[in-house]
Design a protein around this ligand. Structure first.
Ligand SMILES: NC(=O)c1ccc[n+]([C@@H]2O[C@H](COP(=O)([O-])OP(=O)(O)OC[C@H]3O[C@@H](n4cnc5c(N)ncnc54)[C@H](O)[C@@H]3O)[C@@H](O)[C@H]2O)c1
Length: 350
């Protein structure tokens, strides 16, 4: 396992403390395990089984390969049950103690290309999964919502807290993602209320880190890819939109705390509230780390690249801090240096 990934997993385990014991002997399902977050969870359980748990977790990993990109998780999932599939009927069993539902199509470039699959995995397939799994055995189900449920908030609601209801288009090019995540939250709340299921909801804010594929088309891998391949960063906006980036080891710690200790059907913003930066500022930081590469403002070849793009995004994370003892630790600079080292080693070392 790559040393950066291993150190990240150790930081997650340290951040969880005694909570990791809950996974002793547990049956765990990770959907979307080849994706960015799913790979991080797979690495976490691999180290947990080898080094921490007295009774190993029995881990099932499913992915549909819908977006046919590289797979970096299977190498350390060798003792897990790997399933190629896209829904609950593809699973060899329906009995799990914990389900981490990372399946999704998270990159705007890909969800605009696959809007129906996006709606299916976030809402319709999700409903089916919750409906058909063994309810008795379930101790925790983690649903990945998104900060996109807030859409493009007015300035009074930024930084944004969980009770803000959102300003979202139901027909725009991002609607397949935003609206299906919103209904996914409604499905979560309804299953918790009517079937008493322990469904936990997290709203991640721009998480980045190892395993986000280089050609994923999200901004950090894009800037790194441009720097490495073209020797310059292409900026597809005027550089003013902001995002608050959160390094993956911090976010995964928060997600797992929500799974193990969060209240049912109560959304938690998980992100970093102290790292808001403009796209121009981000390009400058990456340029510096990459050796002062040039930054070029240009127009994306993708027609809807900036349509309904929120101008500013920053979370209030007080609820997670108070109820989950969640505290992000990794600064943007440190996180960028770590992930750039990972990209160099993973994609450009030969
Ligand atoms: N990374 C972030 O910052 C972020 C922010 C907000 C929300 N999320 C949500 O978290 C979840 C994981 O995000 P990610 O960044 O790892 O995404 P990702 O796109 O990197 O990975 C998702 C994985 O799910 C798989 N998949 C898609 N449809 C599937 C299906 N029907 N069945 C099984 N597998 C399927 C894909 O092949 C892919 O490997 C997604 O639901 C995403 O919407 C992520």
């Amino acid at each position: 396992m790559n040393s950066i990934v291993y150190e990240d997993v150790k930081a997650i385990i340290a951040g969880l403390g005694n909570l990791v014991g809950r996974f002793n002997g547990a049956k765990v399902l990770i959907t979307g395990y080849k994706g960015f977050l799913g790979s991080n969870f797979t690495a976490f359980f691999s180290v947990l089984n080898k080094e921490v748990l007295t009774e190993k977790a029995d881990v099932y990993c499913m992915d549909s390969d819908i977006v046919d990109l590289d797979d970096r998780a299977s190498e350390f999932a060798e003792n897990f049950t790997l399933i190629r599939g896209s829904g609950v009927d593809d699973l060899p069993t329906k009995t799990f103690n914990y389900i981490i539902h990372c399946a999704g199509i998270a990159s705007p470039t890909y969800y605009r290309k696959f809007p129906l699959e996006t709606i299916n995995v976030n809402a319709i397939g999700y409903w089916d999964l919750l409906n058909k799994i063994d309810h008795e055995a379930l101790k925790g189900f983690l649903y990945f919502s998104t900060s996109e449920v807030y859409g493009d908030p007015d300035s009074k609601h930024i930084p944004t807290q969980e009770d803000y209801r959102g300003n979202v288009s139901c027909t725009g090019p991002r609607a397949c993602y935003d609206e299906s995540k919103r209904v996914g939250e409604t499905i979560s709340v309804s299953f918790a209320a009517q079937k008493n299921l322990p469904v936990k909801i997290v709203r991640p804010f721009n998480v980045y880190g190892p395993f986000m594929r280089l050609n994923d088309r999200r901004v950090i891998p894009d800037f790194v890819k441009f720097s490495m391949e073209l020797g310059k960063i292409k900026l597809f906006s005027d550089g003013t939109p902001t995002r608050s980036f959160c390094y993956s080891s911090d976010a995964i710690t928060g997600f797992l705390k929500a799974l193990l200790e969060g209240q049912d059907a109560r959304p938690y913003n998980i992100g970093n509230d102290s790292q808001e930066i403009s796209m121009w500022g981000l390009a400058q930081q990456i340029s510096e780390i990459m050796g002062n590469v040039e930054i070029e403002r240009t127009i994306s070849p993708e027609k809807n690249y900036l349509a309904d793009n929120p101008q500013r995004r920053c979370p209030v994370i007080d609820r997670a801090k108070e109820e989950l003892n969640y505290e992000p630790k990794v600064s943007l600079r440190e996180g960028l240096e770590r992930v750039i080292d990972w990209y160099k080693e993973t994609y450009f070392s030969n």
